[in-house]
Design a protein around this ligand. Structure first.
Ligand code: AMP
Length: 381
């Protein structure tokens, strides 16, 4: 069956989700609102997605038997994380359509293969090299450099910086033998991301470009639309579209980019799923990234991605829970603020627990509000 000819799955169909984190949870909330059913596979029966689902299969994401059990109960399978082994997805494809499919995941979930793919389709990225031969890699990318593990790294986990001085082999040893790539350290002026969704029929809906600030490698704030000239926006969109088309991706997707002082854009990372920097779309846009993902994987028409307002999103990280749950009054008291909590019961430093979206056409004001809300929450925790 070719993707284009697959029958649409209307409301009433059952969506299986591999992985039960916050992305699955927010998709499940929207999917159920639309009349779809959700069954999730996760090691925990109390995971964020299971709390809002119709059913849960308890099992590890590499447990083929558990994944097959899920597949036998659903009409389509999708992912909360790109770290589900592609081999597991390939086992499920004969049972139910998997969107995005195993081939997309094979390209994305290994950083080295992802970078080779970007080179092959001619998109600009930071200078990189496999770290197996570290001296040769550093001769190519220079110093300072960043080492990133090829698999299963996220939010800066599995990354080590090689500075101008010191022993680079000692830094590599910190990765405990995990295969890695080395990257030049990019001196960017800012980070942006383009979220889009690509339907089964190839239709693409693009969201306003987001401007992202990371702290300690974790996304801190997103502002959308990112202030930028039209020509630059079009360049960013064209990069994201060419990634989605070259992959034959189906579903929501994020392409993170570095913007350089001379305006050039380098692709940093591709996420074949809904993305933290697209959380603002839930509230700010006519159709959220989560609804768009459901529409795309179910083969029904995509919705309108247009922003109805400007927005700023600020992540709520586990550190804010250091002295107990934060007091939410100041957030809830602001009419433009939307609070999202993910139902995680073990706050840990660096763990994403929730986020706040501020709906405001004046995104400078919203950024200032976000900073002051976080400062207040931090002071009280
Ligand atoms: P990643 O997990 O690769 O998205 O990295 C997380 C964050 O670390 C990025 O959003 C950047 O803020 C920073 N970062 C990653 N790679 C580089 C790089 N090559 N140069 C400079 N900063 C980087």
């Amino acid at each position: 069956m070719t993707a284009g000819r697959a029958a649409p799955l209307g409301p009433g169909a059952t969506i299986g989700v591999l992985g039960g984190g916050q992305l699955g949870r927010m998709m499940a909330v929207v999917a159920r609102q639309m009349g779809y059913r959700i069954i999730v596979l996760d090691p925990s029966a109390r995971c964020p997605t299971a709390q809002v689902s119709d059913g849960v299969v308890v099992g590890a994401l590499d447990d083929v038997q558990a994944a097959r059990h899920l597949a036998s109960q659903v009409d389509v399978i999708t992912l909360d994380t790109e770290h589900v082994p592609a081999d597991v997805l390939a086992e499920l494809e004969p049972i139910a359509p998997v969107r995005p499919n195993a081939s997309v995941l094979r390209t994305i979930q290994d950083r080295l293969v992802q970078k080779q793919f970007l080179d092959r389709i001619g998109l600009p990225q930071a200078s990189w090299a496999p770290a197996d031969d570290l001296d040769a890699a550093l001769a190519k990318v220079g110093r300072p450099a960043i080492l990133k593990v090829r698999r299963a790294g996220y939010d800066g986990k599995g990354q080590q910086r090689i500075d101008l001085d010191g022993d680079p082999h000692a830094v590599l040893a910190k990765l405990r033998g995990e295969p890695a790539v080395a990257e030049e350290v990019v001196r960017f002026t800012r980070e942006i991301s383009v979220i889009l969704a690509r339907g089964l029929d190839g239709q693409i809906a693009i969201y306003p470009v987001a401007e992202n600030v990371h702290r300690h490698h974790i996304l801190h704030t997103t502002r959308a639309p990112a202030p930028m000239p039209d020509a630059q926006r079009k360049r960013a969109e064209a990069i994201a579209v060419s990634v989605a088309e070259a992959l034959g991706h189906v579903g929501a997707m994020a392409v993170e980019m570095f913007e350089l002082p001379d305006g050039r854009l380098l692709v940093n990372e591709i996420a074949p799923r809904t993305h933290n920097s697209g959380h603002y779309t839930y509230g700010a846009c006519a159709t959220s990234q989560f609804e768009q993902h459901v529409r795309a994987i179910c083969g029904v028409p995509l919705g309108d991605p247009r922003a109805l307002t400007g927005a700023v999103m600020v992540n709520l990280i586990g550190d804010l829970w250091a002295k107990g749950p934060p007091q939410w009054h100041d957030v809830l008291a602001r009419p433009e603020a939307r609070l999202h909590l993910y139902g995680k019961d073990a706050p840990a430093p660096g763990r994403k627990m929730g986020h706040v979206v501020l709906l405001d056409d004046d995104t400078d004001r919203a950024l200032a509000t976000a900073q002051s809300l976080i400062a207040t929450l931090a002071a009280r925790s």
